[in-house]
Design a protein around this ligand. Structure first.
Ligand code: TRP
Length: 327
């Protein structure tokens, strides 16, 4: 079967936590196996909220190192930084001319961000057009996204169809692959794990910081000599993320057997999490210590992405009448 071209842009979110890993990164990394995965770090998009250049530069390189440590494989996938293929901004400009203001005005993400206090500048307003260019430039067939990005994908389809109608079949009209609910990944307080709730367990941190947070996971007050509920049990749910089905079943049995102390399970979980990420941690330390490997991978990724973009750019320039001389 022909591999599908799958593309995603992932915003660096600083200190990665296990909710990011199980909710987004792992599913993405798993896609490498059966698809042709294109994955990039959208640093042009980041300008809507990051005005400190030094910070943006550092975040971008570190996010690349984090991704590579966690299993993004440049042999299997194309992995690059958005701005290393600056033609995406050229395509954005062209697409601006087939994008209606009314559609952009209906973007809930724009309205939400403005109501949260982000400045209502044009970069934020036309964010979906840049995102569309990201997708169309590489002949993307499938875009795996969270529910929050569904509307942006509809806009991308709309813009692709509009362009194709005016200028002739040029772009692949992309399909959204909406992530099925990865079962909610709870934070230490039982709410969805999120940086804004301060309930995260970081992937890369000191072991004693991890231990402190794991010890803080909320538990009910079932006494040790009574069986414990596993449903909606935050400790059980977090622990389960790291287990195969058979292991999960035996953990369940342990919970249901009187005598189990939550504190013992927590101590065990600290080691389980620590060991789970051990190899990734080591790889990351290496990449952080010397960023030449990361930079080399990103440059090679950008070259491959450029090659994939070339036929689309060529068609766009020809059909729209934008002069361009091959060097
Ligand atoms: N807007 C996406 C997000 O916030 C990131 C993104 C930018 C993206 N360009 C993309 C996602 C292209 C998929 C495809 O998560």
């Amino acid at each position: 079967m022909k591999k599908k071209r799958v593309l995603s842009g992932i915003q660096p979110s600083g200190n990665l936590h296990i909710g990011n890993y199980f909710g987004m990164m792992k599913p993405m990394i798993d896609l490498q196996v059966e698809n042709e995965l294109f994955c990039f770090l959208p640093n042009y998009h980041a300008l809507t909220s990051q005005t400190d250049g030094e910070v943006l530069r550092k975040n971008t390189v570190e996010a690349a190192a984090d991704f590579l440590s966690l299993g993004m494989d440049p042999e299997k996938s194309v992995f690059w930084v958005q701005s290393d293929v600056p033609e995406v901004t050229e395509l954005t400009w062209v697409l601006n001319n087939v994008t209606s203001v009314g559609m952009l005005e209906r973007a809930t993400s724009y309205k939400d961000k403005v109501s949260q206090g982000l400045p209502a500048h044009h970069g934020l307003f036309s964010y979906p057009v840049l995102m569309t260019a990201d997708i169309l430039l590489f002949g993307t067939e499938v875009v795996p996204v969270g529910k929050d990005q569904k509307q942006h994908l509809e806009m991308a389809r709309d813009i692709a169809i509009k362009f194709n109608t005016i200028y002739g079949e040029t772009f692949v009209v992309p399909e959204a692959l909406i992530a099925e609910e990865t079962g909610l990944i709870p934070g230490t307080d039982g709410q969805k794990m999120s940086k804004s709730y301060g309930n995260t367990l970081e992937i890369f941190c000191e072991k004693n910081d991890l231990a402190e947070k794991v010890m803080g996971i909320v538990t009910d007050n079932t006494p040790p000599d009574e069986p414990k509920e596993t449903e909606n049990n935050t400790l059980f749910m977090i622990y389960s993320l790291f287990l195969e089905e058979s292991e999960r079943n035996s953990l369940k049995e342990r919970f249901q057997t009187p005598g189990l102390k939550y504190v013992d399970v927590k101590k065990e979980l600290v080691d389980v999490i620590w060991d789970f990420f051990a190899a990734y941690r080591e790889k990351r330390n290496g990449l952080y210590a010397d960023d030449t490997t990361v930079v080399k991978i990103l440059k090679e990724g950008a070259d491959k992405a450029r090659d994939a973009a070339e036929p689309y750019l060529k068609m766009v320039r020809e059909r729209t009448g934008i002069l361009y001389w091959d060097s």
